[in-house]
Write a protein that binds this ligand. Structure first.
Ligand code: DAH
Length: 367
């Protein structure tokens, strides 16, 4: 049987003997000092300060000592634990600096490595230009509308007031789809999107519709059987030719810079009345003397032809279910390839059509 606790000599409680505590501390300090990286330090921390570490166990023993012995033992263990904690903190700082330096050294970038082994593609400049045109109108609160490339004859022609014997319907211009009874064409212009929009929506309508159109032309330096147009349509109460002029002037200034204005020449389109051809002041010479005399962009004209426009014919409004007594509107249409060619000095339409990446890459990735 063990004796009463008054005989209990704390020096004899092994884990709390001064030399034992010193050994625990020295073992811990040695483990900390020899930890080569943060993982090893974590391990040392666990072994020497964790719940089951010798110093933690010794600390727990203190409570079991008679009161008079607790103070001395507590101080001894406390000092040992403090020394270990301090050593851990210091070692951790050193190892963290080392790790950062190692990462910096190992992760250095070899700037001499080739970066372009995978040739990159490029956006077609026509797509980029189309986006830009859309952006100008979106900024004015307009919407982008789309229609199909295979279109009903009625929407491509009849709804737009083309008479049954209008020359544009003939085999010369239009790709007709088989069987003829289906009355389907590859759309010859983006104007049928006007009709589609009016048939499905209530005014006010402000839309632009860029898209691909088809005509039976042979590919050469200035023609392509498939090309791109952008159509605009505004239907609202009280719109006039003046609104059309202001809109187009703003559009062309946004595309080519301040001072690029438009001029209207009387013309004819079945779907507009009155109709006009839009000319744009030459972006190269601006029609100014003496440059205009030798200007190759406008061939000395000072103006460049750009497309058609006009006030929407009331017959079109009626065909598309819009009340011409209440609403009026204007429309315009133009080819985008031509804009691209003039804007970038492209001389041959075939460069735009062929899709050779050597042509598109110099335009960069403007988005
Ligand atoms: N659709 C016409 C064409 O392909 C262009 C055009 C002219 C569109 C006048 C319009 C317009 O909206 O009002 O040649």
């Amino acid at each position: 049987m063990s004796g009463p606790s008054s005989d209990y000599d704390p020096v004899e409680v092994t884990p709390l003997r001064a030399d034992e505590v010193e050994k625990m501390r020295d073992d811990a300090l040695a483990a900390v000092a020899t930890a080569g990286d943060l993982a090893a330090l974590k391990q040392a921390r666990q072994e020497h300060t964790g719940d089951r570490s010798p110093l933690a166990l010794a600390n727990r023993e203190i409570g079991a000592l008679p009161p008079q012995a607790r103070k001395e033992a507590g101080r001894r263990v406390g000092q040992a634990r403090g020394a270990v904690a301090k050593a851990l903190t210091e070692r951790e700082q050193v190892l963290e600096v080392e790790r950062e330096q190692r990462i910096l050294a190992e992760e250095s970038v070899d700037v001499t490595l080739p970066w372009d082994r995978e040739p990159r593609g490029a956006r077609h400049p026509l797509t980029t230009l189309q986006d830009r045109i859309e952006d100008v109108f979106i900024a004015m609160g307009w919407e982008v509308a789309e229609g199909p490339e295979v279109e009903a004859e009625w929407l491509n022609f009849d709804a737009l007031n083309f008479g049954p014997d209008h020359p544009a319907r003939t085999m010369q211009d239009t790709f007709w789809l088989e069987p003829a009874a289906a009355a389907l064409v590859l759309r010859t212009h983006t104007s049928p999107v006007q009709a589609r929009t009016m048939l499905t929506r209530e005014p006010p309508i402000y839309i632009v519709c860029p898209g691909r159109v088809f005509r039976t032309d042979t590919l050469d330096a200035t023609h392509a059987p498939a090309f791109t147009q952008v159509e605009g349509l505004a239907i609202d109460e009280g719109l006039s030719m003046a609104d059309l002029k202001g809109t187009l002037d703003h559009f062309w200034e946004s595309m080519f810079g301040a001072g690029i204005t438009t001029r209207f020449r009387p013309s004819f389109f079945p779907f507009t009345e009155p109709s006009a051809e839009v000319d744009l002041v030459c972006i190269a010479c601006r029609g100014e003397q003496p440059a205009v005399a030798t200007c190759r962009t406008c061939k000395g004209e000072g103006w460049m032809e750009w497309g058609g426009c006009g006030v929407v014919n009331p017959r079109v409004l009626v065909a598309c279910g819009v009340d011409p007594e209440r609403y009026s509107g204007y429309a315009f249409g133009m080819g985008i390839e031509r804009t691209l060619m003039v804007r970038h000095g492209i001389n041959d339409m075939r460069d735009i059509v062929e899709g050779d990446v050597r042509f598109t890459v110099p335009f960069g990735m403007e988005i």
